[in-house]
Design a protein around this ligand. Structure first.
Ligand code: A3P
Length: 288
């Protein structure tokens, strides 16, 4: 599996890019002391992580835009398993918010005994693979994706960072977390961002005035975030993330897969995902 050994390390049978992760950062992750008021946004890559790194700090700040205008996204809501996190965590104030791409079974042991809450964001896997494909073109720490069809084959087989999409979804859709977990989809965020922010407020027992809710919703629009240099990765060197190849804030829509999948590829993709999800009760609004 590790044909790309210069770029990747192996972690529980899937790839992690050496650029962002190390043995030390993963040790830190595994022994992380989760606190009861911690909040985790869990996503498979390309499912709305950066979007939630904008929404959550604004929900927690009561609509004050300062955190998202002054702190880079990985500093205000760090990736729990990534390299920079150990330096950033001491500077976070409670309640702390994190993002993570890890499967449920790989979460730190203290997570399971805590009362920490989870927001799980899922996205139509066909749009995930499209977004991922372009991300591979712009990110020098990921392998050359080849053709879209080749990349999709690799995606289905789990030969991408963080492994198979279906393994991720299955693990997080079958937890003992009860009302500690809120499920939302990228498509719901596209359709009704304001409504989703309200759901997050309710889940976290927070409130925003109508004015603040309007301000937060505007700040979290695709067009606004694309211009926010604390969120749009423009501070990262083009040698690492080259937005002239494909911008990180690429399209921000639901259904771009229709511009990329041939009918044959779509049939193959659907059959594969259905087979992988067989025997589970997992359904999504975009299950067609
Ligand atoms: P596209 O490549 O389809 O445009 P992640 O942050 O998990 O890596 O996901 C990145 C995807 O989320 C990209 O999708 C990006 O454009 C999209 N995204 C980020 N912020 C968004 C927003 N405010 N509205 C809609 N899509 C957003």
């Amino acid at each position: 599996m590790m044909a790309q050994s210069d770029l990747y390390m192996d972690y529980h049978g899937f790839y992690l890019p050496k650029f962002g992760y190390s043995v030390e950062s993963l040790n830190y992750f595994e022994s992380f002391q989760v606190q009861d008021d911690d909040i985790f946004v869990i996503t498979y890559p390309k499912s709305g992580t950066t979007w939630m790194q904008e929404i959550l700090p604004l929900v927690l700040s009561g609509g004050d835009l300062t955190p998202v205008l002054t702190l880079q996204n990985n500093v205000r809501v760090p990736w729990l398993e990534a390299k920079l996190t150990a330096q950033v965590v001491p500077k976070l104030s409670a309640p702390r918010a994190f993002v993570s791409h890890m499967r449920y079974d790989l979460m730190p042991s203290t997570f399971f005994s805590s009362k920490a809450k989870v927001i799980y964001v899922a996205r139509n896997p066909k749009d995930v693979v499209v977004s991922f494909f372009y991300f591979h073109q712009m990110a020098s720490f990921l392998h050359d994706p080849g053709t879209f069809e080749e990349f999709t084959d690799g995606f289905l087989a789990g030969n991408v960072i963080f492994g198979k999409w279906t393994d991720h979804v299955k693990s997080w859709k079958n937890t003992d977390l009860g009302d500690r977990i809120l499920y939302i989809t990228y498509e719901e965020m596209i359709q009704d961002l304001r409504g989703i922010i309200r759901r997050i407020l309710c889940f976290l027992n927070r409130e925003l005035s109508e004015d603040a809710l309007k301000r937060v919703t505007e700040q979290c629009q695709f067009k606004t975030m694309k211009q926010n240099k604390m969120s749009n990765f423009s501070m990262i060197s083009p040698e690492i993330m080259n937005s002239s190849k494909s911008p990180f804030f690429r399209k921000g829509i639901a259904g771009d897969w229709k511009n990329h999948f041939s009918p044959e590829l779509e049939a193959k993709f659907n059959a594969f995902i259905s087979e992988e999800l067989k025997g589970t009760n997992i359904t999504f609004p975009w299950n067609e």
